[in-house]
Write a protein that binds this ligand. Sequence first.
Ligand code: FAD
Length: 414
Amino acid sequence: MKKALVIGGGIAGPVTAMALQKAGWEPVVYEAYRDAAAEQIGAYLTVAVNGLAALAEIDAHHVVMNTGHATDTLSFYTSGDKLITDLPIGGTLPDGTVTHSVKRRDLYRALNAEAVRRGIRYEFGKRLVDAQETADGGVVAMFADGTRAEADLLVGADGIHSRTREILDPNAPKAHYLGIYGLGGFVTDPGLRAELGVRPGAYGMIFGKKAFFGYLVAPDGEIWWFANMPGAQELSKQTLAETTPAQWRERLVRLLEADRGPAARIVAATPDATFVPGFNQYDMPSVSTWHNDTMVIVGDAAHAVASSSGQGVSMAVEDAVTLALCLRDLPDTASALAEFERRRRDRVERVVAHGAETSGDKAQHGLARVLVRLLTPFFLKRAAKQGIGSLNWMFDHRISWSDNTTPQPVTVEK
Ligand SMILES: Cc1cc2nc3c(=O)[nH]c(=O)nc-3n(C[C@H](O)[C@H](O)[C@H](O)COP(=O)(O)OP(=O)(O)OC[C@H]3O[C@@H](n4cnc5c(N)ncnc54)[C@H](O)[C@@H]3O)c2cc1C
């Protein structure tokens, strides 16, 4: 059985490992931290229907469904608290499944636990520092603790600051800071909840004057929220570690007080323990090298979209399943990796391009407009402008485990 080293136990890592196992490979996951969810930032994630459909191909969609809850509608509000419109998020799968929202930490833990349940081996505390092809056509990985591991393939699922990407191409671009801090939190406050207009399953999305704010009420009544606020400077690790939830709360409340809706009160009511402090937000310029003959990058390592797109998880999952299908169907690893890139690059670049649309707006608008536009998830703007149907290409993408559309090599009889 062929062996794969999967670097990273985030989203793309466990899903790639499960998909490779289904394709007949033996994967081992190497995660830098002691706990797969240890360093994960952000409050919660939206897993779109295209991502859920891809997960269903490896029977893992139930992990999301059991851990999160349905969120099928976006309700847009002005800074004056006026409802602009309601729009569905990405349609419904034939079995009735819709887009789901999941706490970030819960999703990481659940996907990795599912991979372990399927017998996939994990090694924690293994930070990849280098890798190279071996003389016999395999690959050897070197870890910060001095250990090594050999296999037929190395999959870099090591996120937006990927080391694998640099190993493949020392000149590869680095993550690009967007000029935005993200924050989030969870609060249980029955009084406040009773005042909120949104129904279960709907996101309230507020185009604030100085910050963008999104929130929902989970089935158990807990309020989940996230915010994007401007931040000229990328914050250092030290500053991020030293800034307290109370300082972030005060700063964000001040920005949100410019609006009439519930945002400032939700943030003010969020206790330190469930406050997700600010973090830098990034996207990735186009990465030209995704693979060589024995190493490949997937997920954010290859093509991080702006976090506001709501497609990062789904792109990582689609990558994972597509890669496994290519390795299942093509006769050798090198051609499978080339085929993987052929199938994925146009699609992910189209999703990424939507995220980049905001930068083109900078020159055309006054500063305040630019700010709100930068803070506003691109897909919301597009949906609000053109109707959700304009995004069908994104949500309707399907990958089928039963298809083998790859042309097989033709044997010529002599
Ligand atoms: C605030 C925020 C909100 C977001 N909201 C959404 C959303 O609503 N919907 C959505 O679809 N996407 C969202 N995204 C994007 C989404 O989180 C990512 O696209 C997704 O996590 C990518 O998964 P990944 O496995 O590629 O990378 P990651 O989740 O970053 O996982 C990478 C893993 O690799 C490990 N690692 C890193 N370096 C090494 C190394 N050298 N050796 C070993 N292990 C290593 C890390 O510790 C980590 O566990 C959001 C992102 C952010 C930041």
